[in-house]
Design a protein around this ligand. Structure first.
Ligand code: KDO
Length: 336
């Protein structure tokens, strides 16, 4: 009988000799692939998690054997909100960063953390894919050492409560412990909505709702479905308070080391991912409310003028608005 160990060794020696004769190692063996580590808190079933597979497939097709795309979901590589620092230090190549992350280092970007400014997903894409985005992303690159590649529509944020209550105006959210992600920019938004904001990482929200350490949370409806928050809440209040965006960004260290052709392919892959996410999310948002009703949730619409006025007033009076460049709000409003 042939000893399989010998066979394997012989086969391996033969293969090595053949490679030597050919004079070059295939790229996969030559350790020349550029590692692109991605970290995101997104849950697997959300569109901004699935979009990374679109990114990877697009890049594998346009640049075969050049990139090793590693997708890490559920904040398994870096904690939510720590990705920009990890990218600046060169410990992470790619992530989707929020306006709130950016506002910490580029204060004027806080205009996009304010409620009721961006009107809808189309408005958002026009703002960020036009001159306003171009200017701001230049500053982001200078101050954060990351390059923004595309704008992802995360969805329109709504209030989601553990126990049903009547909510017509922000005053009706008084005392409600509303979970927000953990930064002062996020907490301010919760406060502007009339609630008592409570910081918590995204990965801890389900349990917080289940056990009652928080009374509610805010997120876009596709995320409420994908993260299964509907299992532990009883009401959706359709406040439409933030047309939210995240931005696919790559560390400048990695970006600057790429050839022009590689840069073009990476950017195209990020744009394909954005298109996939944006189309699917917009389609889902248009018909998702029925799903929640079927799950037994109450879905209510508050006095939107009252919410808009309270939130806009809170921002206008805040320290944030003081650093918004003159004319930026008008330029955003006039983008059509
Ligand atoms: C959240 O923590 O509520 C949030 O929606 C904030 C976003 O900026 C983004 O980090 C998102 O979570 C995660 O990608 C999970 O969907």
């Amino acid at each position: 009988m042939t000893n399989p160990r010998h066979l394997n060794r012989r086969a391996l020696l033969g293969a090595t000799a053949a490679l030597g004769a050919a004079g070059a190692l295939p790229a996969a063996f030559a350790q020349s692939k550029i590692a692109l580590r991605i970290s995101t808190p997104a849950v697997p079933d959300d569109w901004h998690a699935k979009m990374w597979t679109v990114f990877k497939e697009a890049l594998d097709k346009s640049s075969p054997n050049q990139f090793d795309v590693q997708i890490n979901l559920n904040a398994s590589l870096f904690k939510q909100g720590t990705e920009p620092a990890a990218m600046a230090r060169g410990n992470l190549e790619l992530s989707s960063i929020s306006a709130f992350d950016i506002a910490k280092l580029v204060p004027e970007f806080s205009i996009f953390t304010a409620g009721y400014i961006v009107r809808d997903p189309q408005h958002q894409q026009k703002v960020f894919n036009g001159p306003i985005g171009e200017d701001l992303f230049k500053t982001v690159s200078e101050k954060m050492d990351v390059t923004v590649l595309s704008t992802i529509y995360l969805g329109t944020r709504q209030v989601n409560l553990r126990e049903a209550r009547t909510v017509r105006t922000p005053a009706d959210l008084k005392g409600v412990k509303l979970r927000m992600p953990g930064s002062k920019e996020w907490l301010f938004l919760g406060e502007a909505l009339g609630a008592t904001p409570t910081p918590l990482a995204f990965g801890e929200v389900y349990l917080g709702l289940k056990t009652g350490t928080i009374d509610g949370q805010d997120n876009p409806l596709p995320t409420v479905r994908a993260a299964k928050f509907y299992e532990v809440t009883k009401q959706l209040v359709l406040t439409n308070h933030l047309v939210d965006g995240i931005f696919i960004a790559i560390s400048n260290k990695s970006w600057n080391a790429m050839s022009a052709a590689q840069k073009q392919n990476v950017r195209a892959a990020a744009q394909a991912a954005a298109q996939y996410n944006n189309e699917n999310r917009i389609k889902e948002e248009a018909q998702i409310v029925d799903f929640f009703r079927q799950q037994g949730l109450q879905v209510s619409t508050p006095d939107l003028d009252a919410f808009r006025k309270a939130v806009q007033d809170a921002y206008a009076k805040s320290e944030y608005a003081k650093v918004w460049p003159n004319g930026l709000l008008d330029r955003i409003n006039n983008t059509r």
